[in-house]
Design a protein. Sequence first.
Length: 620
Amino acid sequence: MCGIAGLVRFDRELTPEDVAAVQTMSDAQVHRGPDGVGLFQDPRAVLGHRRLAIIDLSEAGNQPMSNEDGSVWISYNGEIYNFAELRAQLVGRHCFRSNTDTEVLLHGYEQWGLEGLLGRLRGMFAFALWEPGSRRLTLVRDRLGIKPLYYHQAKGLVAFASEVKPLMRSGIAPDEADPEALPQFLLFGSVPSPLTTAKSVRCLSPGHYAVATDAGVAVKKYWDLKYPETPLTSPGAGKAAMEGLRARLERAVEEHLISDVPLGVFLSGGVDSAAIVALASRARKDQRLTTVTVAFGEKGFNESAEALRIAHRFHTHHHELLVTSEDFAREMPVFLAKMDQPTNDGVNTWFVSKAARQCGLTVVLSGLGGDEVFWGYGHYRRTADGAPARRVLDHLPGFARRGLIAGAAAYGGLRGQEKWQRLAALKNGVTAEAMYYSLRGFFSGRQAGRLLGLNGAERSRMMEQALSGLKPAGSNGLFHAADINSIEMKRYLHDQLLRDTDAFSMAHSIEVRVPFLDHELVECAAALPASLKTGVAMNKPALVRAVEDVAVTEASSRPKMGFTFPMDPWMKSQAGPLGEIARRARGLEPHEVAKAWGAFEKGNLHWSQAWGLVVLGARA
């Protein structure tokens, strides 16, 4: 895992200031790659790289790297898990000087072209290819968006980096806030791709690449997750699909174990991490795994006992780190300073990554993505095709539906449950985007409007814009549970979970790998019917049956907790100083922020919403 940066001038040759700007971007990402620094420069381009050495630790793996004749240069962040297989196809046709996946990307691009290469890759990646002869810069991002890539485009130039802040600090990208970002953060708890908080910086979307030349920048999608129009129905087809799922699970986990540095597994005690440990233990056979978990003194949050039982079952080297409210108070200034994009979460990743680093690990496998890929959230059962409540709402006359929703929202408001206000999104129809927001929204439209100082008409326009951005491609106004999943994969998984995981693990120079997001495994799971992915007796039945291990089965039968920290009591123990930070939030009405913070202290506002205000205040 690494940090990449670069700048290309199409209108003129580079100046010393251009080179210094890339050096600044690279230095600002030293946490992403403390093992090495590299810089390539020619008259039009400068590429920077910060290296976290994982495969081939020798200097032969340093970047930026070129092919034999220097006609293609690369700066790359990620892991290609099938690089050995691809390398074998290229040996004899190209001269290899290292045993890295980086060089496989270079020669694969020469041999198969860009789309031919991308179609063969399994892994997580973000990379830049520069071809001096044709003056062409190509930026590429992996299918699920596991690895980040941000870029700034202006007249005659393109600059890029693994994080937004370095682009701003370099002076290349103007430090001007995007007015669309703040409302979106309030409504969803994160800034949706391709937006960032900076008006001049965009996120390259998952499954896309961008080609920049003298003629401009063209962005193209090369992959998207497809759901079958006709789900599997016959028992034989279902059995074959489950066998295919099992094979892909086993291969994905085995490939994610490849490393030349110490590797472990995050173990929370839930289904996803138990499954990763079970599969990794099988793949490693006689080699003991290292597992890491965090524990708390607060009741109702601690799964450390379950994690310990799983560790004992698989004979792992288990490490447990106790995290207290005092640790939270001490770490928060550093956490907030390291945050690249605002988020209402991420504290969990910060502490578990810190624990992994203290254990001497550089690479850690995570069960992230399990809930999205295998439908582990309760709303999948509630929104499954044919759910009675959905059918009733679908068939109610418009006036009756609006009256019912308005009544429910008013009742929730009287009870101090502002989250009920999100139901107002359903008033014009039970669409996928409206249902997703009602399930996954952050602040209600009413709350967000008050915080932003909007009138009724402005609030309505804000909500219309937000919901239109959620609408699945090809939606006909109705929806299936797969539509909710499609939105969730692109919004919650990518815009929040993956972004947080990358930022806060790399802050500790930890590479986090996510086997459940192997794209072939994701495609296989998407093809399964809802009946195989939802159940009452167990959570994530398809995953449980595919793994076939008693520890995973037991974990699935326990009430779902999620990887949640005791943030509410921790924040209330620091309510004074955190409240002062929240009140500094730019673009929000100070008296509304004060009212919201008071509601949190009284127990009438969820901690995540209060934390969102702290995050915004810390960025002021």
